[in-house]
Design a protein around this ligand. Structure first.
Ligand SMILES: O=C(O)CCC(=O)C(=O)O
Ligand SMILES: [Fe+2]
Length: 293
C-alpha cells in the first residue's frame, strides 16, 4: 500500500492520518501495527471543547475544591501527587496529579459538563476507529477476536477518562522522578488529544525513545495491552513515557486527557483472559508496586 499524499511517516513510525482521507482506515490500522500509535487530524472532536476542558480543569487543580473529591475505594475522583501511580518500571511516583472520571463516578460541581460531552464523543469515535482496525486486520488475526472489536466496548462502564495535570517543576524533585515513567496502557485503545505541552515519547522497534508527533489539535491514539492480548501480539502495546521539561517549559503545567477504552469485563480476550480477569491481574501488580514504595 502506498501512502496517500497527505500522510507522512517519521522515525516514530507513527502515521498522521487525515480522518477524511478515503484510505484513513487502512492507514490508521497500519500505523497501529507498525508503531502502536496513530495520529488523527481533521477528526470530528471539536478542538474548542478540548481547550475548554484544559482551561477549566487547570483552574480546578489550582484550587482547593479538588480535595472534596479525594479518591476512595472505587478509584473515581482526585488523586493528589502523593497518591499518583508508580509505573512497574519506576522507582518513584510520577510527578502528576489527576482526576478519574467514570460514567458512574463522581463529577465535580466546579467544572462544566465539557468533559462529559467529550467523553461521549470520544467513545463514539473510538468505536469507529476499532471498526477501522477490525476491517483492516488480516483474517487469521481477526479470527482470534471473540467478537468484533467495536462490540467489545459497547455498553462498557469501565472506560476511564483521566484528566492529568503535571505541575511545573520546582527543581526540588527527586532525580529519579519523571512526569510519567515508561509504561504500557492496560486497556484496548487510548484516545488522547494532543497535550498543551510536549513531552510524550514512545519506544520504537529499534529501542530508541522518539517523540510522538506533537501537533496541537490532533488526536493521538495508541494500542493498549488488551488489544495486544486479543490480537495475539499482532498489535503491540507500545511503551511510552512523558519526559520532564527543561528551560521555560519547566515553569508551566502540562495538561493531558487520555480516555482509556475498556471492554466489558465479560469480553473474552484470549484463551487465558477475559477483560475482567486481565484487568484484575494488572491492577494487583500496580498495587504491589505501590506498596513497595
Ligand atoms: O500525558 C500524556 O501525554 C500521556 C499520559 C499517559 O500515557 C497515561 O496516563 O497513561
Ligand atoms: Fe499511557
Amino acid at each position: 500500500m502506498t501512502l496517500s499524499g497527505q500522510s507522512s511517516v517519521g522515525e516514530s513510525g507513527v502515521i498522521s492520518v487525515d480522518y477524511r482521507d478515503p484510505n484513513a482506515p487502512a492507514l490508521f490500522a497500519r500505523s497501529l501495527r507498525q508503531s502502536g500509535f496513530g495520529v488523527l487530524r481533521n477528526h470530528p472532536i471539536p478542538q474548542d471543547l478540548v481547550e475548554q476542558i484544559y482551561s477549566e480543569w487547570l483552574a480546578f487543580f489550582d484550587g482547593d475544591d479538588k480535595m472534596k473529591y479525594l479518591v476512595g475505594e472505587k478509584h473515581d475522583g482526585y488523586f493528589p501527587p502523593h497518591r499518583a501511580e508508580t509505573a512497574k518500571t519506576g522507582k518513584k511516583r510520577d510527578l502528576k496529579e489527576y482526576y478519574h472520571i467514570y460514567s458512574w463516578g463522581r463529577y465535580p460541581d466546579e467544572v462544566s459538563d465539557a468533559a462529559r460531552r467529550y467523553y461521549d464523543l470520544a467513545v463514539k469515535l473510538a468505536a469507529e476507529l476499532l471498526g477501522w482496525v477490525e476491517d483492516n486486520t488480516p483474517p487469521e488475526v481477526k479470527a482470534k477476536f471473540s467478537i468484533p472489536l467495536p462490540d467489545m466496548i459497547e455498553g462498557s462502564s469501565g472506560s476511564l477518562f483521566r484528566i492529568l495535570r503535571y505541575p511545573p517543576l520546582t527543581g526540588e524533585e527527586d532525580p529519579d522522578a519523571v512526569r510519567a515513567h515508561a509504561h504500557e496502557d492496560i486497556n484496548l485503545l487510548t484516545v488522547l488529544p494532543s497535550a498543551n505541552e510536549r513531552g510524550l515519547q514512545l519506544l520504537n522497534g529499534a529501542g530508541e525513545w522518539v517523540d510522538v508527533p506533537f501537533d496541537f489539535g490532533t488526536l493521538v491514539i495508541n494500542t493498549g495491552d488488551m488489544l495486544q492480548e486479543a490480537s495475539g501480539g499482532y498489535y503491540r502495546s507500545t511503551t511510552h513515557r512523558v519526559i520532564n521539561p527543561t528551560g521555560d517549559a519547566a515553569k508551566r503545567s502540562r495538561v493531558s486527557i487520555p480516555l482509556f477504552l475498556q471492554p466489558r469485563p465479560d469480553v473474552v480476550l484470549s484463551e487465558r483472559h477475559t477483560a475482567g480477569s486481565y484487568l484484575a491481574e494488572r491492577l494487583a501488580e500496580l498495587a504491589r508496586n505501590d506498596k513497595g514504595m
